[in-house]
Design a binder for this molecule. Sequence first.
Ligand SMILES: NC(=O)c1ccc[n+]([C@@H]2O[C@H](COP(=O)([O-])OP(=O)(O)OC[C@H]3O[C@@H](n4cnc5c(N)ncnc54)[C@H](OP(=O)(O)O)[C@@H]3O)[C@@H](O)[C@H]2O)c1
Length: 290
Amino acid sequence: MQKKVLISGSTGQLGSELKSISSDYNDFEFIYKNRAELDLSDCKKIQEVFSNNKFDYFINTAAFTAVDKAETEKESCFDINAHSLKTIVKYCNPECRIIHISSDYVYNINPGRPLQEDDITKPLGIYAQSKLQGEESLLKERENSIILRTSWVYSEFGHNFVKTMLRLGESKDKLSIVSDQIGTPSYAREIAKCIMVIIQKIEENEDTHDYGGIYNFSHKGSTNWADFAREIFRLNKINCEVENTTTAAYNAPAHRPLWSVMSMLKVEKTFGIKIKDWKDCLQDCLSRLS
Ligand SMILES: NC(=O)c1ccc[n+]([C@@H]2O[C@H](COP(=O)([O-])OP(=O)(O)OC[C@H]3O[C@@H](n4cnc5c(N)ncnc54)[C@H](OP(=O)(O)O)[C@@H]3O)[C@@H](O)[C@H]2O)c1
């Protein structure tokens, strides 16, 4: 019998990528819910979806992701990214494995090496703090949940840096872009594939392994936003000059971590996932976009 996989945030970047790859996974029945169908700020809606159905997996891609807007919409951001997890766990059938997506923003430290899952967290800003609280609520109530911390997400779907650069690069000769934040861009299609590898591994080893906990997931290598833009323009042969600027000069409402490079050893070792180079993944996304 097919295992039932519920996916929230089905119109977002990751939700859309999961939809796009789902036909490769015939052992699973995917049920997609958009914001109206499973609104994480609405406890009654959460109760309705989870009390009336049983799932084998719940992939929670839905989130309040507008980092700057979160600074003025604290309550809504915490309701969606943190408080909802308590309600979900309350009504979700206990056999259901929850796979939740979190963010590099929870770390906000620079230990002088790639960030590891057991490093301390010092989130600054409403979005970052709400994401950490969401993680903590979930793991406290349901230890066998899987939390994937990812960074700098882009996709052929939705709104993201890659698509913004493609648009701006065609209409402007020069752009000023922040160059003092170091991290790794993550292709949502690869995050989606990683989630499916994790689910398959759980299916294979259900009786002997628990797997619950936090895992980083991104790609090999690192860059900064200005160089990321340069690589997009180089690959798509767009003639647009990029000038470096600083986080301080950009002066966004919400704090951004300056170091977001994560170690992927744990996810590699535990699930046998091969981590690809970020530039190869970018090339793949750009090919699909064209
Ligand atoms: N984007 C990044 O750079 C980044 C980096 C690190 C971690 N993450 C995490 O990765 C996950 C996936 O992010 P993404 O990039 O796919 O985000 P996204 O494209 O912004 O999609 C978020 C989805 O959540 C939905 N949503 C918003 N409020 C909701 C609510 N109250 N109830 C239910 N759904 C709601 C949105 O619905 P609408 O389409 O109707 O707006 C959208 O479908 C999130 O947990 C995010 O925090 C993202």
